[in-house]
Design a protein around this ligand. Structure first.
Ligand SMILES: [Mn+2]
Length: 442
């Protein structure tokens, strides 16, 4: 892949004599960090460019892009080759998403693609590809490695430390430590636990008394006026904390999902948890401030303040929604849990809440979680599968919706639909029927 990157640099250099660059990147953490790395590298290279962040890439978005500039796509476009082929300009794609088998063998002539999928290369995030590009341009760009670490973590590529990732970690002077995956691991534990929504710990997340009880059970106490940060714990303390957390689980069985590598990087001259930085960038972008997220990545102090405010707000709304979930009565069956939040949780975050619950190591693998929230006279329904193995939630939702009317979208592990509020009771009845029936069959 490095050869391909060198080739891309030569092509871009030549083309830049005539045209400017336009970067189009994705709005999640990997896309934002990719855009930050790429734009900083272009600036240092002395090339002019403009930048656009998009939620997704469809035919219309591609059509709207001009043809006076060279188009550079980051963290997207691997699935849009047929539309890119129609553009009357040169197109560069730095992406890591899968291509269909047919597309792999016929990349359009105007498209130059760098994608580990094509080059028999280990899996990595787009930010990592952009970093390799930047480092190939100049070793001066080594300071951008920490952004690549955040991008890797954002796209959950950090589970196994491959050779390329290992090099990026060392370029960024990352401290790697094994521990509980609660972030930020760099701040006093009581604070980190209180605001922890991923993982979400019932009766602890969002509850000060719950946090203090948990820490007492784990044998951790205040030292020098505050609790230790997670990364400062010794092995025994870490083990005790895991045990105390697992005891809060209702059905248990996810200890291995609770433990992993902690990545600490210097950011704005302070040691920070890469997971926390990733969550902050993601939150800003989701709340419709991708430019704030980008400015944060590029080291702008004013935007950093703004980003932190947005993130705090977002965390608070998640935690209070999760607190509501833990306190409210749910419809629970052998293998499912239905949460009808009505107007107590905003429909804009109900999907995130369902995802957080499904990722919590405290719910058993295979549990189907369905969350409902009002959206004016409609109800937004989000269904998630806890863990990886289990029933197809998209199909389950579909079966429950058929008698009511409504369209279901999504994947076997995460799906959603909108139904009319008049059908609330009827839908929940159908849903329960479907969920109970399927359990019998299994
Ligand atoms: Mn990505």
């Amino acid at each position: 892949m490095l050869e391909k990157i060198k080739e891309a640099i030569n092509c871009l250099d030549e083309l830049s004599q005539k045209k400017k660059f336009k970067i189009i990147s994705h709005f999640d953490t990997d896309g934002i960090t990719s855009a930050a790395i790429f734009s900083r590298a272009l600036k240092r290279w002395g090339k002019g460019f403009s930048l656009k962040i998009v939620k997704s890439l469809d035919e219309e978005t591609i059509q709207e892009l001009g043809e006076e500039e060279i188009l550079i796509f980051l963290d997207l476009a691997s699935g849009s080759l047929e539309y890119l082929a129609k553009k009357k300009t040169e197109v560069f794609v730095f992406d890591h998403h899968e291509l269909s088998d047919g597309d792999k063998t016929k990349i359009p002539e105007n498209v130059f693609m760098v994608n580990p999928v094509l080059h028999n290369c280990e899996a990595m995030s787009a930010a990592a590809i952009c970093y390799l590009f930047a480092k190939e341009l100049s070793i001066e760009n080594k300071d951008l490695a920490k952004l690549a670490v955040i991008g890797m973590v954002g796209d959950l590529h950090e589970k196994n430390i491959s050779k390329a990732f290992g090099e990026i970690l060392s370029d960024a002077e990352t401290i790697v430590k094994k521990g509980v995956l609660i972030y930020p691991s760099t701040r006093p534990l009581d604070k980190a636990l209180e605001y922890s929504s991923n993982p979400y710990i019932p009766s602890v997340s969002g509850s000060r008394t719950g946090v203090i009880e948990l820490l007492r059970d784990a044998g951790l106490s205040i030292d020098n006026g505050k609790y230790k940060a997670l990364y400062e714990l010794n092995k025994e303390e870490m083990t005790n904390l895991v045990t105390a957390i697992m005891l809060r689980g209702q059905k248990g069985g996810g200890e291995e999902r609770l433990i992993g590598n902690l990545f600490l990087v210097k950011f704005f001259n302070k040691l920070e948890d890469a997971r926390e930085l990733s969550a902050l960038i993601n939150a800003c972008s989701r709340m419709d401030y991708p430019e704030v997220a980008l400015g944060f990545c590029l080291g702008n102090r004013k935007l950093k303040e703004e980003a932190e405010k947005i993130y705090l707000n977002y965390k608070q709304s998640l935690v209070s929604a999760l607190k509501y979930v833990s306190e409210t009565s749910k419809l629970e069956g052998k293998n499912y849990m239905i949460i009808n939040a009505r107007d107590k949780i905003k429909d804009t975050i109900i999907g995130t809440i369902a995802s957080i619950l499904s990722h919590s190591p405290l719910y058993q693998e295979g549990l189907v979680i369905v969350a409902l929230s009002y959206n004016e006279n409609m109800i937004k329904v989000s269904a998630r599968l806890a863990g990886r193995k289990g029933r197809n939630v998209r199909e389950l939702l579909y079966k429950a919706v058929v008698p009511i009317g409504g369209e279901v979208g999504g994947h076997p592990q995460a799906a959603g639909c909108m139904i009319s509020r008049e059908k609330e009771g009827e839908f929940i009845g159908e849903l329960k029927k479907v969920l109970e029936l399927e359990v019998v069959k299994v």
